[in-house]
Design a protein around this ligand. Sequence first.
Ligand SMILES: Nc1nc2c(ncn2[C@@H]2O[C@H](COP(=O)(O)OP(=O)(O)OP(=O)(O)O)[C@@H](O)[C@H]2O)c(=O)[nH]1
Ligand SMILES: [Mg+2]
Length: 389
Amino acid sequence: MSFKIGLIGKPNAGKSTLFSAITATEVEIANYPFTTIQPNIGTSFIIRDCPEVLIHKKCTPNHGSCTNGKRLIPVQVVDVPGLIEGASEGKGMGNQFLQSVTDANSLILVFDAKEAFSSKDPEGSISNEIHEIKQEIIRWSSGIIERDWEKFAKKADSADERVEKSLIKKVGYLGIDEKSIHEILQIGSLPQKLSIWDHDTIVSFSEVLFSRIKPVIPLGNKADLLQRDELMTIKKSFPDIYLISAEYELALQRAVSHGIIKTRIPPFDPTDKATSAQREVLEKIDSFLQSEMISRPFDILGKIVQDILDLITVYPVYDESTWSDRNGNILPDAFLLKKGSTPLDLAFMVHSEIGEGFIRAIDCKTKMVIGKDHELKEGDVIRIISKTK
Ligand SMILES: Nc1nc2c(ncn2[C@@H]2O[C@H](COP(=O)(O)OP(=O)(O)OP(=O)(O)O)[C@@H](O)[C@H]2O)c(=O)[nH]1
Ligand SMILES: [Mg+2]
C-alpha cells in the first residue's frame, strides 16, 4: 500500500519549495500566487531503524535506501495547487486542489508564518487561516454529498439496508469503510433516517468524516524570517504547529546533491567543493536548526506515519535465517501497515495469491511460528508460508 501525504495551503505559502526539498524533485517555485497549476507528485521518505543491524549484514532495499542502519522508506507526496476561499465552487485552482485532497491519506497544511506577523493579530490570523482551509474542504465534501441528496436519501430509507451501507455509496470514494461511518454517525449523534438530514446535518457529517480520515497537520513555513520571540509566540499558542524553513531545507537538499555536504544532518562538514559563501550559508542554517522550536520535514513525515496514520513497518522475507528473498537480497521490502495488522494482512499485501494460500508465518527474530491473527509490531521480520509457491 502506498501512502500519500498532500501539501495544501494558500498560494505562495511555500508548498512547492517544501515538496522540492523532500522529494529531491525540481519544480516551479516563484514569489507569486498560483505558480503550481497541476499537482506535483513525488516520492519522499520516512526514516526507520533497519533490522539489518540485528544480523550484522547490509540490506538490499528494492525501494528507497539504507545507510548505517537507517532505512529510508518511500512515501508519496503531492504538492497541491494553492487554495483560496471559494475553491469548493471551483475558484482559483479549486478542482485540482480538491481532487488531490481526495487521494491523500493525510494533509500537511502549509502556511506562511512570516505573513501572519504582518497582521496586528498574528495568532488570530494563524487560527483563521487553518480554520478557513479546513472549512473549504468541508464545504467541498458537503457539496458533493448534497448532490441529488433527496433522491438518494429516499431510496436509501426505503431500501432494506443499514444506513452505513447506503452512505458508503456516497462517500466510499474517500476510502472509508462501514465501521468508520458507524462511528462517525455516533460521534455526531446523526439520525439514522437519511431523508431528514438537512444541509447542517450533512456539514456535521463531513466535519467528523474529515477529521477522522484526513488528518490535517499545520506547518508554519518561512520560520527563517521570524525573530525568536515570534517563534515563541506561535509555539506558545499552538504547541502542535511545526515550524520549518522550506527554503533552508531546499538549500540543504541541493547542497547534498551537488556534493557540497554529505548529509542534511548538522553539524555540516562541507567538502572542498564548497565556496566561502556557501560555507557561510551552511553556518547560518546550522545555527537556525539548533533552535528547539524548529522541526525537520523528515521527522514530521515520520511522526505523521507513526502517530497519526498509526502505521508500522514490517519486513517480509522468504528465508527466516538469512532474512532474504529467493535471490539472496537481504530485507528487500519494507511495508507500511496499519497498527493491529496481522500476518494474513501482510500476506495479502505482498500478493493476493499469497494471502489466499496463507498457511502460517514465522517471526524471524524469535524463529517462532505465528498464526494469521497474531498482531504484528514495528520492525517485525516475517516469513509467510503459503500454498502459493
Ligand atoms: N524566506 C523563505 N522563503 C520561502 C520559504 N519557502 C518558500 N519561500 C518563498 O516563497 C515563495 C513561494 O514559494 P512556493 O514554494 O512557490 O509556494 P507555493 O505554496 O507552492 O505557491 P503556489 O504554487 O502559488 O500555491 C517563493 O519565492 C519561495 O522562494 C521559506 O522557508 N523561507
Ligand atoms: Mg506551488
